[in-house]
Design a binder for this molecule. Structure first.
Ligand SMILES: Cc1cc2nc3c(=O)[nH]c(=O)nc-3n(C[C@H](O)[C@H](O)[C@H](O)COP(=O)(O)O)c2cc1C
Length: 185
């Protein structure tokens, strides 16, 4: 189908799913917002999207000691955003975050992948991410602090910029369907 005949959710979904197979796709990086219950401030950071499925459930990895994981454990309401500069497409999702259980097969599969990659050093430092160094030396140990997080969307806000007129649609999850409202961009 020609993108001009698709609704914005179909356009966004096509790009998101395509990013699973293309390591240069701009949607491989996303900005994740969590709430820091201690200060009340939202906290944003860049993370790598490891996978997105047809239901738009997103997976990412993190050191389990990182502040974002502590924030998700206290408050699992999160928001993620992507921007595709060439397609001028912004996709934002409100999501419920779930820290995937270590005994699940999904966790074991991803942990195995990480253990056999160079990025294992992102999860086995002797000091937790964000610790003040104060002259201390960071060593890498055998113990892995690896978390797999799944983000399940509840709301999707898509903005398509265009010289012919911007378009924006909001999708709210209801009875396992996405209900569309067309918005003023
Ligand atoms: C390009 C890029 C990719 C990143 N990917 C991840 C990632 O996949 N997981 C992660 O935990 N942090 C990733 N980071 C680091 C985070 O942005 C952040 O600095 C760090 O995790 C600390 O976040 P926190 O203190 O809010 O937990 C990435 C940073 C950059 C610049």
């Amino acid at each position: 189908m020609n993108p001009s005949e698709m609704n914005l959710l179909e356009v966004a979904k096509q790009e998101l799913i395509r990013s699973n197979r293309d390591y240069r796709h701009p949607f491989n990086l996303m900005t994740l917002a969590t709430i820091d219950a201690k200060t009340g401030y939202p906290q944003v950071r860049t993370v790598v999207m490891r996978h997105i499925n047809s239901l738009l459930n997103v997976l990412f990895y993190s050191d389990s000691r990182s502040p974002k994981i502590v924030q998700i454990e206290k408050n699992n309401l999160t928001s993620i955003i992507w921007y595709h500069p060439k397609r001028k497409l912004q996709v934002r999702m409100d999501c419920i975050a779930h820290i995937v259980e270590e005994k699940s097969q999904l966790y074991k599969d991803h942990l195995l992948k990480v253990k056999h990659s160079k990025s294992v050093s992102d999860y086995n430092s002797s000091l937790a991410p964000g610790t003040e160094l104060n002259g201390l030396e960071v060593k890498h140990r055998d113990e892995i602090h690896f978390s797999l997080i799944q983000l399940n969307p509840t709301l999707i806000d898509i903005l398509q910029l265009s010289n012919e007129g911007h378009q924006r649609s909001l999708y709210i999850s209801a009875n396992e369907q996405w209900q569309e409202s067309i918005l003023v961009p």
